[in-house]
Design a protein around this ligand. Structure first.
Ligand code: NAP
Length: 294
């Protein structure tokens, strides 16, 4: 990629978090901006939670167009925004902020990212299908909201702490999603797994460098249907133990790279106010960077 030319008119985008040095977003977004020939740059902004308010005020003062939000600021940013989309409210976290009419508007593009491969490459009628989601953290919230959006009949969330699971369940109140949602402790997975049409790993188990680990035992994975889809949100390594085990069963395997690309695409569409983006260039920039890390 050629280095972007900074001019007196260059407009600012970026990612806030702490730390942000491992974020792949600058790579992906700057590749797209360069391809489009736009006078924008996307920068990493390491911001400690205690400095968030002053940083955001500074962003307004220097006309930052928008920014991504990563750990640990996804919730902390919310009180500093003028508007939060219903999607982000439902998930309880903001990953994308844009400046609209001199106000900060927050949304969450992780749902769009998660459902993208299920809506395109593996598109089908989900209305009779069962989703089993491993983990009940931040990403799991986007995943269950995505499963609800796709129309799954049942959504089962499996976790290791019953109190957190109950809180997770209760956080959806009496919404239509809550009617389809059941929570289970890990011991129940052995029984649940054979009914899964979609099995999603939202835990970090199996992520680099712990690449020999899997959230599912070999024995339990043998109960997965060959017609199921196994989806791991992890993208390093490319094929986690979890996905390799599922593929041995004959299941389709999806890793987290496309989710990462598509949540970025959705964010860039908002900031640039344009529908067409060089998605292949964004995907390729990440793939090239990740080459050799899997
Ligand atoms: P998080 O909020 O910390 O949640 C992690 C969840 O995993 C929690 O429910 C946690 O359980 C559970 N967990 C952690 N270690 C576990 C273990 N050893 N055994 C069983 N469960 C365990 O993290 P997150 O933000 O949801 O992210 C989770 C994963 O998704 C990370 O690998 C992240 O990189 C990935 N992710 C990918 C994308 C993408 O675009 N591809 C987007 C977002 C996240 P407790 O609640 O009991 O602690």
């Amino acid at each position: 990629m050629t280095k972007p030319l900074i001019t007196g008119r260059t407009q600012l985008l970026g990612v806030i978090g702490h730390p942000v040095e491992h974020s792949l977003s600058p790579l992906m977004h700057n590749a797209a901006l360069a391809q489009l020939g736009l006078d924008y740059i996307y920068l990493p902004f390491p911001i400690k939670p205690e400095n968030l308010e002053v940083a955001i005020a500074g962003f307004a003062a220097i006309n930052v167009v928008g920014f991504s939000v990563t750990i640990p600021l996804k919730q902390a940013i919310m009180p500093l925004l003028s508007e939060i989309t219903p999607t982000a409210r439902a998930i309880g976290a903001v990953n994308t902020v844009s400046r609209q009419n001199n106000q900060w508007v927050g949304t969450n593009t992780d749902i769009e990212g998660f459902i993208a491969p299920l809506q395109t490459t593996y598109q089908q009628d989900w209305s009779q299908k069962i989703a089993v989601v491993l983990g009940n953290g931040g990403a799991a919230r986007a995943v269950v909201a995505g499963c609800q959006q796709l129309g799954f009949a049942q959504i089962h969330v499996v976790g290791r702490n019953m109190q957190k699971l109950v809180e997770f369940r209760n956080s959806w109140g009496n919404s239509p999603l809550a009617e389809k949602l059941q929570v289970h402790i890990w011991d129940d997975l052995a029984q649940l797994i054979s009914s899964a049409d979609l099995l999603v790993n939202t835990t970090p188990v199996g992520m680099y460098p712990q690449m020999n680990d899997s959230p599912v035992s070999v024995e339990d994975m043998q109960k997965l249907s060959p017609s199921a889809i196994a989806y791991d949100l992890i993208y390093i390594p490319h094929a986690t133990q979890f996905l390799q085990q599922a593929q041995k069963q004959g299941a389709i395997a999806i890793n987290g790279l496309e989710m990462l690309v598509q949540q970025g695409v959705a964010a860039l569409k908002i900031w640039l106010q344009r529908e067409t983006l060089p998605v292949d260039v964004m995907r390729q920039a990440l793939r090239q960077h990740l080459l050799g890390k899997s």
